[in-house]
Design a protein around this ligand. Structure first.
Ligand code: KG4
Ligand code: ZN
Length: 330
């Protein structure tokens, strides 16, 4: 059995976890930075990088202690090498390199998107390749046919904003607070999803791409009209996003040859309305539906450790020269 340490630091969560290659999460620790960024209504890269510097090593030590392990008992060290805010990525990757060098362990440089893409296989050990993945996070909104470790066919992407970004901007417009996704979801529970007429950008078009910028502008207009409750705008917005995600995913299913399951991952996959609608779509198409537990949807160390375990099994290692990358398509 191999044990992998995973380190995540690409956005505003510092995280470390230990995962075994048979799919057990031995420990996971996470330090969010909401309080530091809240006054600014969004993630401030420089503040994020400093917080990662402070937290990375203590979190690794805590994760090891929780699992009752020392670094010498770990088989490899996996760290996010991008894409993300470059200062944070540098901190996590450098921490991983330093630990790997000091302990004489192999380094595995993980693409953060691959972490999300493979995390459903940690949640569900029966999930087999290939599967159709909706990866919806703060920075990305893509439909991928996951054919194997390192083998991803991108069927669609967003032509403007990511789905999570739309949630965050809507939360800001409605004064619902930060982080935006959970705030909009909470407000939407008190609102009527049919109250405000909002567009469904690109729905019905042949290519399964996404667009959310127009939706955000429509939210702004609805707010400025001054006649709607915030909860109603939030609920109507969330319903519009759900409709777009479902329509685009349905379209991509036609191209997902041999898919064994419909899978959702990334922060937006933590949204209950999104999960329920996609589960319905999977059921209509006779497909299994797999969504990781909420803590595994938003950024965490276990998904990086698990991607590391999958790469470890495939014999995929990286050298100390591996650079941190702000942009790194799958
Ligand atoms: O995957 P993630 O933690 O970080 C990135 O890699 O971007 O995703 C964060 C995004 C944010 O935009 C956040 O607002 C959104 O996921 N999110 C949600 C929910 N929880 C997080 N969006 C909708 N509903 C939620 N419950
Ligand atoms: Zn993420």
């Amino acid at each position: 059995m191999a044990i992998i340490l995973g380190i995540e630091s690409s956005c505003d969560e510092t995280a470390a976890a230990l995962v075994s290659d048979d799919g057990r999460v031995l420990s996971h620790r996470l330090a969010g930075q909401e309080a530091a960024h809240r006054p600014f209504g969004g993630v401030v890269p420089e503040l994020a990088a400093r917080a990662h510097v402070e937290m990375a090593t203590p979190l690794v030590e805590a994760a090891l202690a929780d699992a009752g392990l020392t670094l010498s008992q770990v088989d490899a060290i996996a760290a996010t090498a991008g894409p993300g805010l470059i200062g944070g990525v540098m901190v996590g990757l450098m921490t991983g390199k330093a630990l790997a060098h000091a302990a004489g362990k192999p380094l595995i440089a993980v693409n953060h998107l691959e972490g999300h893409a493979l995390s459903p296989r940690l949640a569900d050990r029966d999930l087999r390749f290939p599967y159709l993945l909706l990866l919806a996070s703060g920075g990305h909104c893509q439909l991928l046919l996951v054919r194997g470790v390192g083998d991803y066919a991108r069927l669609a992407t967003t032509i403007d904003d990511a789905a999570g970004e739309a949630f965050d901007k809507t939360a800001k417009l409605l004064g619902l607070g930060f982080p935006g996704g959970p705030a909009v979801e909470a407000a939407a529970r008190e609102g009527d999803p049919k109250a405000v007429k909002l567009p469904r950008p690109l729905v019905g078009t042949a290519e399964p791409h996404f667009s959310f910028a127009g939706l955000k502008s429509a939210v702004l207009r609805a707010r400025d009209a001054g006649i709607h409750r915030s909860a109603d705008i939030a609920a109507s917005f969330q319903q519009a996003v759900v409709d777009c995600l479902v329509d685009r995913t349905r379209r991509a299913l036609d191209r997902a040859e041999g898919a064994t399951a419909l899978v959702v991952a990334g922060g937006v996959a933590a949204n209950e309305a999104v999960r329920t609608a996609l589960a319905g779509l999977a059921g209509d198409n006779g497909l299994r539906f797999v969504a990781p537990p909420l803590w595994l949807c938003t950024d965490n160390g276990a998904m990086i450790a698990w991607a590391g375990a999958e790469r470890f099994a495939a014999g995929l290692f990286d050298g100390m020269e591996t650079p941190p990358r702000a942009r790194w398509p799958l």
